[in-house]
Write a protein that binds this ligand. Sequence first.
Ligand SMILES: [Mg+2]
Length: 327
Amino acid sequence: MPLAEKALIAWIRRAGKSAIRGRVGRSSVLTGIGDDCAVLRLPLQHDTVVTTDFTLEGIHFRRDWHPAESVGHRALARGLSDIAAMGGQPVAAFLSLALPRDLPQAWVGRFVRGLLSLASKYGVALAGGDTAESPNGILADIIVVGTVPKGKAVLRSGARPGDRIFVTGELGGAAAAVLQMRARPKNKLNPRNYARHFYPDPRIALGRILREKGLATAMIDLSDGLSTDLAHICEESGVGAEIESAAIPLAHVGKPAHEVSLDLALHGGEDYELLFTSPRGKRVPAEIAGVAVTLIGHITRLPKILVGNLKGVYYELQPQGWEHFHR
Ligand SMILES: [Mg+2]
């Protein structure tokens, strides 16, 4: 253990002071780290949304590829992105860490700093957690708690035939970084040229605005890749989809910046953009909360996902999960 558990908790608690504590919007963390439980007071007339995500060394990151700050940032970003996909407001995060005995203390410090800097950006309190020694590799488990007005959480199951399909931002950027690192494992990537992979920005404000304005009938965050996540929406909603490949916004990565391939945009994961469906009559702005919103297709009754190529020929899209690309 790089720091005794007590010392580590005390350290995280001090580091967390700079992150927003106490009242978060109308929610309060009455008691955070340092008691048996955190005590949260969530606003009346709201539902609570909760998500949990593992971050495992060798699966989600490699110490020789990812700066510790990026690992901490990404660990929390995954949870925040899930809250965004419900149209929710994040309130508190909980972090459980298992660390190998020989891990330098500086690594943990940088990890926590990366996590807390994202937490403070979104007014999320680090309200508790646990630490243990890991026999093999770093393991971080993050729980994020958020709120959404009663009955208003945007689910995956609300898409109806005729709804239009939109994505936020650009797709395939995070996967492009992974492919680069796999191709040249010794070559360190500059995180600034691959920000979507190293420092993804969860679309909290965008998700909330979509929910407030009633623009989203169904929503999911793009963690597994467009083909897989669109299949999740279709499955949960009992519908199909038709999308146009020419409409899919391709990410720009690297230096000099270049466009990623359509394959990466269709199947690459971990972009943490939002995919949502919108009722036919609603006007959806081309930009929301400073992020581009692009129409890529529509929902159909036939339970299949079809992609139109540039010649207007449609073929069935097989969900190729991000896991498939990883291997
Ligand atoms: Mg998700």
